[in-house]
Design a protein around this ligand. Structure first.
Ligand SMILES: CC(C)(COP(=O)(O)OP(=O)(O)OC[C@H]1O[C@@H](n2cnc3c(N)ncnc32)[C@H](O)[C@@H]1OP(=O)(O)O)[C@@H](O)C(=O)NCCC(=O)NCCS
Length: 167
């Protein structure tokens, strides 16, 4: 399927690359001082929206979040770093990748704790969907993500239609 945004100048991935940092505080954690999964999901959503907004320069809404794994517990006092960028844009939607790292400078550790793909849709003030610029991948990694994003979109659509048919 072609991505068509005929009148909008395409933008390189680097223009949407974003980074967000959060320190885990007691209010973000369960009674065992481990970060709540829901809080991390909230930060992932925000980090993803940052990249989608930078790419589209429009209001965006989250259409979906793909599967999420939490690979390590994150503790109160840890520094959570969320890096995001737009992998590919389609018509009104964009796939954004968010990768989450946890750093602890007291014990000098850094772990990759989660990754997620989110789809954002650009809308105007009245909520009408609007076209977004195409993405220009420039590095081998960006090209790989760009190609993979089209495959993931097909899987996502098939799953969405299957769920809709099941009611
Ligand atoms: C996301 C939303 C704008 C899609 O609107 P819609 O009228 O259903 O639009 P369509 O089915 O025609 O799809 C529009 C685009 O969104 C994409 N899309 C729609 N649902 C999707 C989903 N569940 N996952 C991924 N992409 C999705 C389509 O692939 C299409 O992309 P394209 O324009 O790049 O080809 C609409 O469902 C909505 O407003 N949802 C609520 C969003 C929200 O409030 N999010 C915050 C969480 S509460």
């Amino acid at each position: 399927m072609s991505d068509h945004q005929p009148c909008l100048p395409a933008r390189p991935v680097r223009e949407s690359q974003s980074e967000m940092a959060e320190i885990v505080l007691p209010n973000d954690a369960n009674p065992l001082n481990a970060l709540l999964g829901g809080r991390l999901m909230h930060w992932i959503d925000l980090a993803g929206a940052l990249a989608a907004h930078r790419h589209s320069r429009q209001y965006v809404v989250t259409a979906s979040i793909d599967h999420l794994d939490f690979l390590f517990p994150v503790r109160v006092g840890d520094l959570v770093i969320l890096r995001s960028s737009v992998n590919r844009a389609f018509h009104t939607s964009m796939e954004v990748g968010v990768k989450v790292w946890v750093e602890n400078y007291l014990v000098n550790t850094s772990h990759h704790v989660s990754s997620a793909y989110l789809t954002f849709v650009a809308i105007d003030k009245s909520g009408t969907r609007i076209s977004v610029p195409a993405v220009v991948p420039e590095t081998p990694e960006e090209n790989r993500r760009y190609e993979d994003a089209a495959r993931r979109r097909e899987i996502r659509r098939a799953e969405y239609n299957r769920r809709r048919q099941q009611g």
